[in-house]
Design a binder for this molecule. Structure first.
Ligand code: DGL
Length: 268
């Protein structure tokens, strides 16, 4: 498929969390059209099996390809961890995923070559971050921790809450014991916990935001492939979801950092 620079970027996630990636893209690439897909009816993916996640991921990628996207971005760390090859195999356009972006980010900032990675149970069990980081830096020491409670805490809006702080202290204790100098936020939801996590981890630890890393990687790829939108008019943003659950608007806008409009409900 010959992608056209004015075509949109397709971004997808298991739910609203991937809007942290859209937000970073909007800030870094303000003239790009974006089509987002969030599987709000079937979220969370972070505790599902590889087979189920691969099946859902295929359906979403096919939906976005039918929208003539010029590039696919897997914003969900869990999907990227277990199904990125599935997407690459079926896509005629380039595919970027947050895990690769986060791995590159970690390699760029870690001086001691000791990095922590936090994510959903499926992401951490897949070992995908460790594999991706080792591809770029074989000597890196990686200490991972699944943080299953962070997704519901963020969706509850408890971004600076005592319960979240205690939970973070508990999860990070074993990781920080390894004298890491950087911590990869390996889940769409964790950028919202940045101030709290920075507090708990201490100033000596640099947080690697995989959403920001993804926006940088996207900018480089578009420039390299001459696929950046040359138009300097306000771009179109469309958000496709499989359900509009309770508090969808509030939670979505918290992730996106702006009003959520052009929301379409889809059946897959
Ligand atoms: N989007 C998922 C991730 O980045 C978190 C939510 C879920 O479990 O589906 O891992």
């Amino acid at each position: 498929m010959q992608a056209h620079p004015e075509n949109p970027i397709g971004v997808f996630d298991s739910g609203v969390g991937g809007l942290t990636v859209v937000r970073a893209l909007m800030e870094r690439l303000p003239f790009e059209n974006i089509v987002y897909f969030g599987d709000t009816a079937r979220v969370p993916y972070g505790v599902k099996s590889v087979e189920t996640i691969s099946h859902f991921t295929t359906q979403i990628a096919e939906f976005l390809l039918a929208k003539q996207v010029k590039l696919l971005i897997i914003a969900c760390n869990t999907m990227a961890a277990v199904a990125s090859q599935v997407v690459k195999d079926l896509s005629p356009v380039p595919v970027l995923d947050v895990i690769d972006a986060g791995a590159l980010g970690a390699v760029a900032v870690s001086e001691k070559k000791r990095v922590g990675v936090i994510g959903t149970p499926t992401t951490i069990n897949s070992n995908a971050y460790a594999r991706a980081i080792h591809e770029y830096e074989p000597d890196m020491r990686i200490h991972s921790q699944a943080c299953a409670l962070f997704v519901p805490l963020v969706e509850e809006g408890w971004l600076d809450h005592e319960v979240t702080r205690l939970t973070a202290q508990e999860y990070l204790k074993p990781v920080l014991a390894h004298d890491i100098d950087s911590l990869v936020l390996g889940c769409t939801h964790y950028p919202l916990l940045k101030p709290l996590l920075q507090d708990v981890a201490g100033e000596a630890v640099t947080l690697v935001d995989s959403a920001e890393a993804m926006a940088e990687q996207t900018a480089s790829l578009l420039a390299e492939m001459n696929l950046a939108n040359p138009k300097r008019t306000p771009p179109d943003y469309h958000f496709h979801v499989t359900d509009v659950p309770l508090r969808f608007q509030t939670i979505g806008e918290r992730f996106l950092g702006r009003t959520l409009t052009n929301v379409h409900v889809e059946k897959l």
